[in-house]
Ligand binder design. Sequence first.
Ligand code: C2E
Ligand code: MG
Ligand code: MG
Ligand code: MG
Length: 283
Amino acid sequence: QAKQQLGSSYSFYSHDLNTHAKQRYCLETELRQAIKQKEFQLLYQPRIDTTTGKLCGVEGLLRWFHPLRGLLLPSDFIPLAEETGLIVPLGHWVIYQSCYDLLKLIDVCGEQVSMAINLSFQQFKDARLFTVISHALEKFDVPPQCLEFELTETAMMQDEAAVAAAMSALGKLGITFSLDDFGTGFSSFAHIQQLPISTLKIDRSFICKINSNTDDAVIVQAITNLAHNLNLSVVAEGVENQAQVDVLTKMGCDQLQGFFYSPPVPITTFCERSTDELVGCIV
Ligand code: C2E
Ligand code: MG
Ligand code: MG
Ligand code: MG
């Protein structure tokens, strides 16, 4: 009987695997197609400066408008794009599109605004990364200091040498980097100091319970102090309410980002209204 059970569960398992493989293959084909057919859009979420209360930058967040499945979020397709290497051509599109949109944002906000773009680990291993970025900067004539790349601690630690080399080369162009989801990985401050990283983005998991969990509050304050002593600035991600704004401002956090201010929106939203109005009407 045990054998029978094993047998049936085995066939069930293999059937599942098969379905999974088929779905994956399907999605991979569609992803390839979608890059060609421009089914992607970058939405932008504002970052607010705690000292002025005004917009100081945006983060680009990728969306896939699938003709049949509808809106797909990064968690639906970024892992597969990374596994298949399709993140490289997709990332090239993101770089060009964000530079094009950055130009529009600079028109409204001036050159002190910054545009942050997420990069996957695989993109740092792409030999064309530097060429694509410098070409995009030149093509749209955007100042490199307005562009910031976000990478996660985990990404940075995957192949430290390759990531460090790419970062240093891009750093020489004037581009800055921030460490995303900070506090969830294992990077050392000594290591951070050697790379052109200017900002730590404290992970949402520490921000969400900051007013009820003393440990989280202590961690955020400690990261902020240490970062400031090392000349790094601090962004809190996932800010959803006024109580969080208050405590994070009191702690000395430099910038805030989250649904409290705005979800990610199309670039035209920033261009149609004045930025004061955009932030002002949501707060
Ligand atoms: P991330 O870079 O840490 O981005 C923050 C995520 O938190 C975004 O999810 C954003 O929509 C969400 N978020 C922002 N404010 C709030 C809030 O107040 N509450 C809550 N609950 N969530 C908030 P999204 O857009 O689904 O992106 C998920 C992740 O996908 C990003 O995490 C980033 O790692 C990755 N990603 C997004 N766009 C790109 C891209 O163009 N290239 C690459 N390589 N990765 C990307
Ligand atoms: Mg990010
Ligand atoms: Mg993050
Ligand atoms: Mg995150």
